[in-house]
Ligand binder design. Structure first.
Ligand code: C2E
Ligand code: MG
Ligand code: MG
Length: 585
């Protein structure tokens, strides 16, 4: 073998590029180890085999033509993307080059580059630009594409359903992102199964899903809608919690003028209405809803200003002892004195505050006010109850915030109680529970608010550091029906008693409700019958120490200031002077 031939043979053998020498008919005369590896065939098998026989069945003709063209001299060299077959049967995407070797016998040489990975990556990228990674559902791009086509075909029979999971943020924040992801995948599967095979189900990110129904009359759209909502509502185990997911949904139907974007936006707006109306429901889009979306946005930006400029205030509603009907505690309830719209109640802004994360500064403000209230009323020895939103627990730590507020005003922890809603407790994570334990360890009491409205298992309540509960107003409203209302109220009152917890019945408005609640064993009550939420300055007993100097405003400084000044009579129909004598519960 001459030098050149030796060099060729060495290169051929050691090349990482798969190569073969073919005779003029395209039969392999020699192949290198790289080709053997690529195709998963021993060299002995390859030699003597026709190139076409190594091809994917669909590309066999193409292989033959390439060889024929180069062999006949029509082309000096041909490069093409063709599929080969691996010994395992897998398809290999390759770039194959066939050229004449230039010897007397008309031998050919072929180089085979493996493009399978490259191709797979490209397909993946193409897929990802149209599909959601987590759930495999269509993404916004593909949704809008297909929706546009559907609208052109028949706008009036195209319905768009916008679904948003209820309380998903709580699940995500408390059980962790992995748990949240599992839930999203589960919901995606359920939605897909609830529609016809060709219908589009898309995920827009987060917990937002869109379903597009084509060729639908109102009746079939409604029944599909029901099927979707029912599918979501099946219980699911997430980590160790059984969660019953619900969705709020909005529906919009196309008109000849709607674009895909507006149809989705209209359904989104209708969905927001469903959320605002209490979640777990469906709303159909109507033109007037559009304005509401703007209102919501403006609440958020106005609330920022309100926090900065001190437009928020705290009102106090008495919790009374059932026997004496005198206050033993006050619940702190936030109010917003809006410069244009007057006094706003929390229901109109707490939720926006939670979503915009403004609940943290808002919560700190209320805690600070509550501690000031306690510190500036040395003759009042009861507790002040402060509502905390689930979003405030464990982010980063409510214990720290509470400790600082107490210290700033020199208030004993036993004077403060925090109210957490039942649904909040349900999804409390380990981190949140640790935070709550920290608060309980300080000596601050924890109460379960609106008891009976969530679906918490009693066992999880007992495992939590909660030491009291407030029966939701809706049960009080049903007192006297000699059926469920009374039975629940009686049962909860005795439960509270036997567990040694504190129980407060909420929303007592009439003498008859008061009498029944008392007969059923309730020791503490709250409601308009005993007093409405009232500004702090209308509740007597306050010192006139300058704001912020509470830590030094002990009774002796009060004396130095000439004692508590006579306070204006309260508009509340209870005798607050007696209230000041009331003892802690
Ligand atoms: P909640 O904690 O259950 O507070 C009791 C609500 O019932 C208060 O409404 C109170 O004014 C009202 N109420 C009390 N007695 C009666 C009655 O006899 N009849 C009727 N019809 N209503 C009565 P409000 O002040 O509008 O507060 C609504 C909710 O907003 C509260 O429900 C609480 O969950 C939330 N909230 C209030 N302040 C704060 C706060 O500072 N932070 C947080 N995170 N939430 C708050
Ligand atoms: Mg409350
Ligand atoms: Mg309540």
């Amino acid at each position: 073998m001459n030098h050149d031939a030796e060099v060729f043979a060495g290169t051929f053998r050691d090349s990482p590029l798969a190569m073969a020498v073919l005779d003029a008919d395209g039969r392999l005369r020699d192949a290198n180890p790289a080709l053997s590896t690529l195709l998963g065939r021993p060299l002995g098998f390859l030699v003597g085999t026709a190139l076409g026989a190594l091809a994917h069945p669909d590309d066999r003709d193409q292989h033959r033509q390439i060889v024929a063209h180069v062999s006949r001299g029509t082309d000096e060299r041909i490069q093409a993307q063709v599929r080969c077959l691996h010994a395992s049967g897998d398809t290999l995407w390759t770039r194959m080059t066939v050229a004449r070797l230039g010897d007397a016998t008309g031998s050919l040489i072929t180089y085979v580059e493996d493009l399978t990975e490259v191709r797979r990556a490209r397909e993946l990228v193409e897929h990802h630009s149209n599909y959601d990674l987590l759930t495999g559902l269509a993404n916004r791009t593909l949704l809008l594409d297909r929706l546009s086509v559907a609208l052109q075909r028949s706008a009036a029979s195209t319905a768009c359903i916008f679904l948003d999971l209820d309380h998903f943020k709580i699940i995500n924040d408390s059980l962790g992102h992995e748990a949240g992801d599992l839930l999203l995948v589960e919901i995606a599967t359920r939605l897909q199964a609830a529609v016809r095979p060709g219908d589009i189900v898309a995920r827009l990110g987060g917990d937002e899903f869109v379903v597009v129904l084509e060729d639908m009359d109102e009746e079939s759209a409604t029944s599909t809608m029901r099927a979707l909502v029912a599918a979501v509502r099946e219980p699911v185990m997430i980590a160790t919690h059984e969660v019953v997911p619900t969705v709020s949904a909005g529906v919009s139907v196309g008109t000849p003028r709607t674009t895909a974007e507006t149809l989705v936006r209209d359904a989104d707006i209708a969905m927001s209405r469903a959320k605002a109306a209490g979640r777990d429901r469906v709303e159909v889009f109507s033109e007037e809803y559009r304005d509401d979306a703007f209102v919501r946005l403006s609440i958020e930006s106005e609330l920022r200003v309100a926090l900065r400029e001190g437009q928020l205030e705290v009102h106090y509603q008495p919790v009374v002892d059932m026997d004496s009907r005198q206050p033993v505690a006050y619940e702190a309830l936030v109010r917003w004195r809006h410069p244009q719209r007057g006094l706003l109640l929390p229901d109109s802004f707490i939720e926006v505050g939670e979503e915009a994360n403004l609940i943290i500064p808002l919560g700190e403000f209320v805690l600070d006010e509550a501690c000031h209230f306690i510190a500036s009323r040395p003759s009042f020895s009861g507790k002040v109850l402060v509502n905390v939103s689930t979003r405030q627990i464990g982010v980063p730590d409510l214990t720290g915030t509470v400790t600082r507020a107490l210290a700033r005003h020199g208030v004993a922890p036993s004077r403060l109680a925090l109210e957490i809603t039942e649904s909040g407790m349900l999804v409390a994570t380990q981190a949140a529970l640790t935070d709550l334990r920290g608060i309980a360890d300080l000596g601050v009491e924890l109460l379960l608010d609106d008891f009976g409205t969530g679906y918490s298992a009693l066992s999880s309540v007992l495992r939590s550091p909660v030491t009291g509960l407030k029966l939701a107003r809706e049960f009080t409203l049903r007192l006297g029906d000699r059926s469920t209302g009374d039975r629940i109220s009686t049962a909860v009152a005795s439960l509270v008693d036997s567990l040694g917890m504190h129980g407060i019945i909420e929303g007592v408005e009439t003498e008859s409700q008061y009498r029944q609640a008392r007969a059923q064993g309730w020791k503490l009550a709250q409601g308009f019958l005993f007093g409405r939420p009232t500004p702090a300055e209308l509740i007597p007993g306050a010192l006139t120490a300058p704001r912020g100097a509470d830590a030094v405003a002990t009774p002796s400084t009060a004396d130095a200031l000439g004692g508590a000044l006579p306070a204006p009579r309260s508009a509340v129909d209870i005798d607050h002077d007696d209230a000041l004598q009331a003892t802690a519960w």
